[in-house]
Design a protein around this ligand. Structure first.
Ligand code: SF4
Length: 289
């Protein structure tokens, strides 16, 4: 009887598709070029240190994140299947997002997700295990895989493969909210179009994030946007300050995670407001902060 033997990948592997060229040099190194990349990008790691990211650096728990390029921004595929009016205001395009090296790394990783799925998942699982191994078993460590994407990682075995890691994300997919796995907490994102689902999740004790903005005579952009207040309640549900930390697994259940509309430019702020993505704060009502 023949027995199945595992065949080793013979590197390098070259993949050409959808205008991109991917070269897999080894299990830990790849180069992506073409498409919307002005120059070739080398990828040697997928996860980024939480300290280097303004979203996760406030976390007390050691946290790493995976930053892909959102929606269908690489020219094919779509890592945000449920995105509607959030695309223009997406945080991926604020702050350091437009810096060519930052954008290039996110594009390259997203191309690898689509064109070299096996390589990507092996690399990701390896990096997750290495990260977990850096800390003692009693120390909680966290990972946010959808920094700028909305991929159901539980469907790819990633969450179950690493029971010692606490994963968390935001999603616009109404079918994967709350404690998706014992080690995976997912907060639903209200975007101005999915209110019925947002209210249902809140009534069921799950959490919903809502983006708020303060109406003023001048557009509040850049650092000033972080100082916008938040309302104390939204549709009768308690609001907590989602900007104090990004660590969502410790949030109480059944609350609104209040976020501020953070826009780099007047245009992106206007887009977030006119699309209905961000909610105006009624300053006559109680304010949280
Ligand atoms: S779903 Fe999230 S990551 Fe995707 S475009 Fe919308 S805000 Fe950005």
């Amino acid at each position: 009887m023949k027995t199945k033997t595992k065949t080793k990948t013979a590197f390098p592997v070259v993949i050409e598709k959808n205008g991109y060229t991917v070269v897999l040099h080894s299990p830990s190194k790849a180069t992506v070029s073409g498409g919307r990349l002005p120059e070739a990008v080398n990828v040697s790691h997928l996860l980024g240190e939480g300290d280097a990211n303004p979203k996760t650096k406030k976390n007390k728990v050691p946290t790493m994140g995976l930053s892909l390029f959102p929606y269908n921004g690489i020219g094919f595929g779509n890592v945000c299947a449920f995105a509607k009016n959030c695309v223009v205001s997406c945080l991926a395009h604020q702050g350091q997002g437009p810096v060519p090296s930052v954008m290039g790394a996110r594009v390259a990783k997203t191309v690898l997700w689509y064109l070299a799925r096996g390589w990507f998942l092996r690399r990701l699982n390896h990096e997750l295990a290495t990260f977990r191994g850096k800390y003692g078993r009693r120390r909680t460590v966290g990972v946010r895989l959808n920094m700028f994407s909305d991929i159901p990682w539980e469907d790819y075995g990633v969450i179950d493969n690493h029971p010692g890691i606490t994963f968390y994300d935001y999603t616009k997919n109404p079918r994967r909210v709350g404690d998706v796995r014992p080690n995976y907490w997912v907060t639903f994102s209200y975007d101005g179009t999915n209110k019925a689902e947002a209210i249902r999740h809140l009534r069921e004790g799950k959490n919903v994030s809502v983006v708020f903005y303060l109406e003023t005579d001048e557009a509040v952009c850049g650092k000033a946007a972080h100082r916008q207040p938040l309302p104390a309640t939204w549709n009768g549900f308690e609001v907590i300050d989602g900007g104090a930390t990004d660590w969502r697994p410790s949030d109480p259940w059944g609350v609104v995670i209040g976020l501020r509309l953070l826009a780099r430019t007047y245009e992106s702020r206007e887009a977030g407001i006119s699309s209905g993505f961000a909610q105006k704060i009624d300053t006559r009502l109680p304010i949280l902060s």
